[in-house]
Structure formats: C-alpha cells, structure tokens
Design a protein around this ligand. Structure first.
Ligand code: AMP
Length: 215
C-alpha cells in the first residue's frame, strides 16, 4: 500500500490546520491536530486539559512526554494515512515520533513546510476568528463569514482564540523560532522536507501540497 503519512510544519497561523482539514477529507486521511485535541481537553476540564491550559494561555509548549503519550494514542486510529498538524514541535518530539513510527511500521512520506513570513503571521492571527460550536476557522480580512462574526456553517457567534492576542502571538512566534524551526533541518537531513509557499490563495496552496502527496 502507498505510504500516505505526512507532517505539516510551519509557524502558528501558516494554514496547517486549514490545509490539513481540506486534504485529509479529500483523500481519506486522518488529521491529527494536537492543538485541537488540547483545546477540547481544556473545554471538557479533563486532567490533560487542566495540565495544558496554563501553557497554552502563555503561548508556551506543553511538555514533550505528555505530547508523545497523546500522539501514541492517536496513531492507533490510522487506516490509510495521517496528517500531523502541530506535532512535532521540538526535536525531542520528532525523535520520539521516529521511534513510534518505526515500531508501528508507519513511515513518513514527506514533511510539508508551509512558509509564511512573521509579519504576515501576526496579521493573520490577529484577524482569526473561530466557531466555538463547530470549529470552523475564519479570517476577518482574507476569509470573513458572510454575516458579521457569525459562523456560515452553524450560525454561532464567532470568538477569538485565547492565545490569539498580541502578547501571546509574539511569544508563540518566538517559541516557534527557538524550538520548532530546528525541525526544518532535522527533516531536511532525512530527505523528507518539502517547502511550500504558504502565502496567497488557499486553493493554490492545496494544489501545491497535492502535487507532493501524489508524486
Ligand atoms: P496550535 O493550535 O497548534 O497553535 O496549538 C495551540 C497550543 O497548544 C500551542 O501554543 C501549545 O501551547 C499547545 N500545543 C499544541 N501542539 C503542541 C505540541 N506538539 N507540543 C507542545 N505544545 C503543543
């Protein structure tokens, strides 16, 4: 069977979640978004949520051991292939993932880096709104809902993520450059990295990613 396991890498707000959602749905892959899983845990007040909440509000990373445990659980659910959105975020997580994937005989096909400059990230995250009911994501500049701040899908009033405020955005970007960006070289050395321009029309970016997936 063809290998269809991918990592989507890039700064917060690069479009990883949006693209992972579209491509996973279209091609029958499982999207694993660690940010979504953690936000759900916080909402439900689970042990994991209580633990993660403070880190997330501050724009810091949740400890590696917790994240690796969470990913191991998620990998049990894979059939055709997966897209990891927001994981790994440190070299330690990447090494742990390598071990897990080896054990499960699930090789990666590619690591897709969505490249977006910092100035653009700050603009995007400040204008991002999400639906607290169905999870749909909007951008008030590039992709606004039809009615002011109301979800097109389910009619719920949109909200801003707690960590999409100027101070936390700054910290998340710094954390990305310090702790996550080293993964670019990590996967480049393994011959897995594919860089894709993450600016411009979302449809254009989807097509560029699909070219990699079916190469
Ligand atoms: P995201 O939705 O991917 O931007 O993630 C939101 C927040 O969840 C991050 O700022 C971190 O606090 C936490 N988080 C998500 N994924 C990870 C991960 N792989 N490692 C550590 N923390 C994470």
């Amino acid at each position: 069977m063809a290998v269809l396991n991918f990592i989507f890498l890039g700064p917060p707000g690069a479009g990883k979640g949006t693209q992972a959602e579209i491509i996973a749905k279209k091609h029958g892959l499982v999207k694993i978004s660690t940010g979504d899983i953690l936000r759900e845990a916080v909402k439900n007040g689970t042990e994991l949520g209580k633990l993660a909440d403070g880190y997330m509000k501050a724009g810091e990373l949740v400890p590696d051991e917790i994240m690796l445990g969470l990913i191991e659980e998620q990998l049990e659910k894979i059939d055709k292939g997966f897209i990891l959105d927001g994981f790994p975020r440190t070299v330690k997580q990447a090494e742990g993932l390598d071990e897990l994937l080896k054990k499960k005989n699930m090789p990666l096909k590619a690591v897709i880096l969505l490249d977006v400059p910092d100035e653009e990230i700050v603009k995007r995250l400040s204008a991002r709104r999400v639906c607290p009911n169905c999870g749909a994501v909007y951008n008030m500049i590039y992709n606004p809902p039809k009615n002011d701040e109301i979800c097109d899908v389910c009619g719920t009033k949109l909200v801003q993520r707690k960590d999409d405020n100027p101070e936390t955005i700054k910290r998340r970007l710094a954390v990305y450059h310090e702790q996550t960006a080293p993964l670019i070289d990590y996967y480049k050395e393994k011959g897995l990295l594919v860089r894709i321009d993450g600016t411009g029309e979302p449809e254009k970016i989807t097509r560029a990613i699909e070219e990699v997936i079916f190469k």
